[in-house]
Design a protein around this ligand. Sequence first.
Ligand code: SAM
Length: 196
Amino acid sequence: MTLIDRLVENPYTFHYLRKIAEANYRATKRRMLDLLDPDAPTLDLGCGTGEFAPLFRAEGYVGIDISLPYLRFAKRRMPRYGFALAQGQELPLADGSVGQVLINGVLHHLGEELARRLVGEARRVLRSGGRLLLIEDIEPERPPLTTRLIHAMDAGEHIRARQDYPDLLEGDLEIEREEEYRSGLCVYGLWLARRR
Ligand SMILES: C[S@@+](CC[C@H](N)C(=O)[O-])C[C@H]1O[C@@H](n2cnc3c(N)ncnc32)[C@H](O)[C@@H]1O
């Protein structure tokens, strides 16, 4: 296991190093607040250490992740919020039971088949008319040195080009907005889709 693997595995170093690299997520949080409803029942799919939970009402929020250390870290800091250990590609939630889904920085860890299954589950649990906000690291055409460094350190082995993402949001997800933006040292693609 490399030093980077160890730093990523530990919830404290994962949480605080990312916060520094992302300039406290100012650009990302502004977009989440603009595009999602803080009061709607929200699924934060691949929630990690729950950085974005406080943007939403505690009673309506559930964060799901495969990392128990991350979830424990999140629950200790935010006991009123719901966090559960589950695979994003097999969600323990009923069809149409969620008002909106946030997927931030998860798909670039997953290969094609797993990524499609995870998005398929997000679509299944999303109510008709509900919104899915997907934000992912992208590989810009001419990446600056900082982006190349971050990507070299990132545990995500499937960083895709911006144009590869819409294809993952297939079927009854209609893309309403798409943009590229910078968050600290990182470059992100954002897609807001509405379930028909
Ligand atoms: C880069 S982190 C992003 C965490 C959080 N969304 C954030 O932005 O702070 C990626 C997260 O996806 C989780 N993850 C990876 N594969 C997953 C899967 N199949 N189902 C659910 N979560 C997964 C990881 O455990 C990790 O917490």
